[in-house]
Every structure is written in C-alpha cells, then in structure tokens.
Design a protein around this ligand. Structure first.
Ligand code: SF4
Ligand code: MSK
Length: 654
C-alpha cells in the first residue's frame, strides 16, 4: 500500500508525538509498504448498517442476514427495535464474558496459590484477602490464611456457575442500589447464567420485546461490574498487591536501543508479572550481556501494561493503537501477549521485522506466532524461557532501529484504598475530605474517562481534550485502560498538571498530594470506581445512592464490547454515561435509544447516551453534574469565612 494515497496527515490521526514520528518515517522511507490500523481505517469504510447508523442488521438465523431500515422488519417479523436490542445485548454479553472469564482464571489461580501449586506466586495482600473473604461470607476467625484463600477461591468460582439467589458481591453496593436492582429484577443470579440467558433470549423466536431483552442485558452487565470484574480486581490485588502511588515513565522513548526490549501486551498480570520480576535476575542479565546487549528492558502495551504499571512501575509504551507502531521501531525483540485487544495484524507485521510474537494463553492463538502455553504451575519456567528467547533474538535486529525520543513522567497506583489513604492519612484514612471538597464546591464532581482507542477517531485526542477541560473546571478525573495511558503520555498524570487545574481542585490536590488526574488501573478495574462511589455514598452528605452523586462516566474513543458492558453496568449502578467517537450500534432505532436513555434513567437513575460532538459531551456531563449538585442543594458556593480570635469569642457555644 502506498502511504502517499493517504489524505489524512499524522497530525490529524494521533495526538501522540511518538506515534506521529513513526508515521512520518513510514511515509518517507523503507516502511512505505507497511500498513497499520490507521491506514486500514482510511481505505476500509465501516458498514453503515452493521454500525447501526443507517439501519440494523440481524444474522441470528439462516433466513438472514436481514438488513432492516425504518418501518421494515426481518423475515421472521423482527422489528428494528428488537434487532437493535438483541445486537446490543449480545455485545454486552460478550464484554461481560471477556472480563468475567479473566476473573474466573484469577479465582482459580488464588486456589492454586493457596495450595502451593503456582511457583513464584504468593498471597501479597492478606488484609485485602480477609476483606474479600468477608464479602463472600467466608468464616475468618483465627483460621490459617491459606485455608481462607482456598475457601475464597472456591466461593468466587461458584459465583460464575451459581444458578439461583444473588451473587454475594452486590452487597458491596449501597443498600438503596441493591433495592433498585431487586425491584427491577436485575440482580445477577450467577455470572455465567446471565451471559447464557442473553444468548438464549436473543436466539430467533425467543425474547422479542426490546425493553425486556435489555433488562436481561443489564442483569448480565451487573454480573460483570459487581461480579466477574470485581473478582478479577480483588484477586489481582490479593496476589500481586493493592496498588499504591508509584512513579513511572511512559511512551515509545522507554524502548532502549542498547537493551533487549521485551513487550508485555494484553490484559493478564500473572505471567507478565513474573517476566518483569525475572528481568532483574542476574543470570539472565549476564546472559543478555553475553549476547551484546546492555540489559533487559520490559515494557508494556494496553492493560497488561496497566496492571504491571500499577504494582511494579513498568513503563506503558503505548495504548491500543500504538501496538503496531511500536513494532515499527525495529527495537522489539519479543512481544508476549495473553488475551484481549491484541491485533491479529501483529502476526504478519512482526514477520517484517525481527520481532517474535509469542502467544501464551490457552484461549488465544494467532496464526504465524509462536505459542508457548502458560499453565499456573509452569509460570516461572516459562517466563525464563521467554526472556531467554528475547535475548537470543537481540542479534537478529535488521535494518534501522528508530526509537522516538518521547517520554513522559507519570504517577499511577490509585486504588480506592490508596485514594482513601491519600485523602485522610494513615491514621484517619477516609473519603471524608473528598466528600467535603465536593460539598463545598472546591471539587465540582468526579468524572471517569474510560475505554479504548478507535482507529476511526483521532488517537488519544478526545481523552486528552476532555481531561484538560474538566480539570480546568474543578472536576476530578479518574481514568482506566487506554484512556489512562493516553493522558499519561501527554503529561497530565503528574503533579505539574496542577497548573491546568482550576483553583478549587488544585487546592485539594496540593493539600492531599495527588495529581488532578488519577490512574485507577486497567479496564477490568472500572470495578474500583464502583467501590469508590459506594464508599463515597457511605461516607455521607452526598445522598443515599450512587445516582445522587455529582459524577459521570465517558467512553470517548470506545471500540471493544467490554466498553459496552462497562457502560451498561455503570448506568445500572446509577451513573450517567456518555459514549462518543463511534456510535453505539443502535443509532437508527429510536425505540432502543429511548430505552437506554429515558427508560433506564427512570429505572436505574443512570442513562447510556451516544453524543457525537465532543464539546457537547463536555457540556452534557457538566450539565448533569450541576443538576445533581442542585438536587443535593450544594450548588451555591459557600464563602469560606475566616474568623479572627475576637470574632470567635463572640460565637456562642452550641
Ligand atoms: Fe432475519 Fe429474523 Fe433470522 Fe434475524 S432472526 S436473520 S431478522 S429472519
Ligand atoms: S486495553 S478494552 S482497548 S481500554 Fe484494556 Fe484498551 Fe479498550 Fe482494550
């Protein structure tokens, strides 16, 4: 493909200076024939029916695919609303499945660690294990920690296959929220059960009422946020440590020309954590030196990077849309991938360089890559083998190595436990200072910016625009996933970003010692945001439920089905959530758009809305938060009154 055919300049395609540099190099030199998702997005237009923009497509039976527009139905009589609801429900089920299967593996791993069957791994946060076990209804007393871990593993695993009742972890939500779920019959009985029921109910000839179908999609998504994802986050903290503030660096400049560069990519922390630990092993470093390298440099992409950044400070060199660009530096000896968001294009692309692509999950193979399967009992051995393979490949570099000299500092590690600690100090850790700052208006509200990159949306641009505009207006911004890496790359996750923040937000961040933009973790860690919101409600003064809080969520560059599940469980938890960039694929069904906005707002206090214009997204989110402040009667700014001693003496005791 000739790059000169592209009409869109790198400046318009990406906000990331390092990515643009590689694109310019591609266009000018030897890499001219190579294409990336940025190029493919220009030559391949997306289907307007499949994307729901000008109609709806159903392929749920062999009488179709049926392309339905306006007042037409499918062959079986399915209406546009039914088809749009079924499609959305299936996307949500797939997103829930992805997060939850990840959580299931971690629950299984916890049991193996308890039994000493996972070499190199141990229980790192016992306190968190005790809290998690308590939430699962497990007896603690003075039992051995490993027994508690084994029981917690079994109980967590049982929540996936549970058939009746309620999954225990919904009790982490405020009482009022639980009642709303019970009243609307959306409490998940078991994580897997709800996914299966979505698939059944959306089969031809079963559930054919759009609202009823989407109620089940909500139940499924609640099973993700308060079930599968919650389990994944809790157990990751137990086994790999609960994140605390940590300094790191980001972007492609963290690749090192003189060292063996090994990239971890995907979503799982298990094998990648071991690789990072082992990269400091003297024997392996000596081996690298014997092959002419100065050392071993492990860096990451996507949410595997986020997981390991939060705990071990590994450098994220990029987010979803950087994965192909990173290979084009010619500096990567080996890219080891696990699950989710790994582009198949890496298979062919890495062949054009010396880079080895290694798949490790029993669930993910990519044609043309090397498969070295990870099992819990071979982690250490496999990590060592993979590092040695990367070292052996160092001398095979071909052509020019070009690493853009672009890096940014960042602070990550804002688990809800660390935020509480940062706010209150070791002896009085609490969310009280945050609640007070929101009540007195120094912080206007909290906005979560989450989700992916999308090759049809300028890379990182919306994440960074919204973050800057919101902190300027005194909104605290919390980020996860690729959104977090985007803002980190442009330097917004450092205390220096305070200069962009409004006066009120800045005063709180300075007093507490946190940046105005907080990295909360990977995409599965959006469940952490649910926990923060529950604890803020519990702290008091801002209503009785999450839906009372002056908060909102935005997925401005979303692309994965997981994002739809996240958006839906946020709405089900009472949060106004806006998607931008590419539309939610229900655009042409007014019936479904009304359900996920008006109906869901009536039922759950949150709504899911697609807004294409990014300025309008900003205005809508601010408008929503201000309406919540008004309802809480905290919309009028109270003047801080400073009294001198004389004035104090005149005050009567109360
Ligand atoms: Fe067409 Fe109905 Fe079959 Fe869907 S289920 S493909 S609308 S006939
Ligand atoms: S990696 S799901 S592109 S956030 Fe979690 Fe990024 Fe979205 Fe994948």
């Amino acid at each position: 493909m000739d790059k000169n055919k592209n009409k869109i300049s790198p400046d318009e395609l990406s906000e990331d200076r390092a990515v643009r540099e590689i694109m310019e190099k591609m266009a000018a030199g030897d890499l001219k024939e190579i294409e990336t998702a940025f190029d493919r997005a220009q030559t391949m237009k997306c289907c307007p029916i499949g994307s729901g923009i000008s109609g709806i497509c159903c392929k749920n039976c062999a009488m179709g695919p049926c392309r339905v527009r306006e007042d037409k139905t499918g062959l079986c009589g399915a209406t546009m609303g039914t088809i749009a609801a079924r499609n959305l429900a299936r996307h949500i089920a797939a997103g829930t499945a992805a997060h939850s299967d990840h959580g299931r593996d971690l629950a299984h791993l916890l049991g193996l660690v308890a039994e000493g069957k996972a070499p190199g791994l141990e229980i790192k946060d016992e306190l968190k294990l005790l809290k998690f076990a308590k939430n699962l209804g497990i007896k603690i007393d003075d039992r051995d920690i490993k027994e508690i871990a084994r029981d917690a593993s079994e109980k967590a695993l049982s929540l996936f296959g549970q058939q009746n009742g309620e999954i225990d972890l919904i009790k982490m939500a405020p009482e009022k929220r639980q009642e709303i779920w019970r009243k609307n019959n959306v409490v998940p009985r078991g994580v897997d059960r709800e996914i299966v029921e979505v698939m059944h109910r959306t089969h031809i000839g079963v559930d054919q009422d759009a609202e009823h179908i989407l109620d089940q999609a909500v139940r499924c998504a609640v099973g993700d946020g308060w079930g599968g994802s919650m389990i994944a986050t809790e157990i990751t903290d137990i086994l790999f440590n609960t994140p605390r503030a940590i300094n790191a660096k980001t972007n492609l400049g963290m690749l090192n020309k003189d060292e063996v560069n090994l990239v971890i990519h995907g979503h799982e922390p298990t094998l990648s954590g071991l690789i990072v630990e082992l990269s400091n092993d003297k024997e392996l470093i000596d081996y690298a030196r014997s092959k002419g390298a100065k050392g071993i440099n492990v860096v990451g992409i996507c949410c595997t990077a986020n997981e390991i950044l939060m705990r071990q400070g590994v450098a994220p060199i990029g987010n979803f849309l950087s994965q192909e660009i990173a290979v084009m530096t010619g500096a990567i000896e080996l890219m080891v991938v696990d699950i989710q968001c790994i582009m198949q294009a890496l298979g062919e692309l890495t062949k054009k360089f010396h880079t080895k692509l290694v798949t490790t999950s029993p669930k993910c193979k990519i044609t043309g890559s090397i498969h070295m399967e990870f099992k819990e009992d071979n982690g250490l051995e496999l990590a060592r083998e993979i590092i040695r393979m990367a070292i052996d490949n160092f001398s095979n570099r071909k052509g020019e190595v070009y690493i853009p000299e672009v890096t940014s500092d960042l602070i990550a590690g804002f688990s809800h436990e660390y935020i509480r600690y940062a706010l209150g100090g070791r002896f009085r850790e609490s969310f009280r200072p945050l609640n007070d700052a929101i009540i007195d208006g120094r912080i206007q509200g909290v906005v979560a910016i989450v989700g992916c990159n999308n090759a049809r949306v300028p890379h990182d641009k919306y994440h960074n625009f919204l973050t800057r505009e919101l902190i300027k207006r005194d909104y605290l911004v919390v980020l996860t996933g690729c959104a977090a890496i985007a803002t980190a790359k442009c330097g917004l996750m450092m205390p220096e970003a305070m200069e962009y923040a409004g006066e009120g937000l800045r005063s709180i961040c300075e007093a507490v010692g946190i940046p105005p933009v907080l990295h909360v973790g990977s995409c599965v860690d959006n469940s952490r945001i649910l926990t923060v919101l529950s604890e803020v409600v519990q702290e008091g003064g801002l209503g009785e439920d999450i839906s009372d809080l002056p908060v909102a969520g935005i997925a401005p560059e979303w692309m994965s089905e997981k994002a739809l599940s996240i958006g839906t469980y946020c709405v089900a938890s009472g949060v106004y959530t806006v998607f931008s960039g590419e539309p939610i694929p229900v655009e042409s069904s007014q019936e479904v758009k009304d359900i996920i906005t008006k109906k869901w707002e009536e039922k759950f206090g949150g709504k899911l809305e697609y807004v294409s214009d990014i300025n309008e997204v900003l205005n809508k989110v601010i408008g929503h938060i201000q309406a919540k402040r008004k309802a809480l009667k905290i919309d009028i700014k109270k003047e801080r009154v400073l009294l001198d001693m004389e004035a104090r003496r005149t005050l009567k005791d109360v």
